[in-house]
Design a protein around this ligand. Structure first.
Ligand SMILES: [Zn+2]
Length: 65
């Protein structure tokens, strides 16, 4: 049975759309997890939003100085 690494709900492999995410280090699999496709997408979106916000703050600080 698979569990979503984001919402910790059960993944129904037949009915749900889900992704298997593998962590590679120098070509070797060092980690593996499953997530609902929608949960994964939301997480990526959040990461990108945070990264952009951080970048904007950096630029704002540079302008201030
Ligand atoms: Zn989920």
């Amino acid at each position: 049975m698979k569990t979503c690494c984001r919402c910790h709900q059960k993944i129904d492999e037949e009915k749900d759309r889900w992704v298997n995410v593998r962590d590679f280090d120098k070509g070797k699999i060092v980690g593996e997890k499953d997530a609902h496709l929608i949960c994964w997408r939301n997480m990526i979106k959040k990461d990108i939003t945070n990264a952009i916000r951080e970048k904007v703050n950096q630029i704002v600080n540079m302008v201030k100085q």
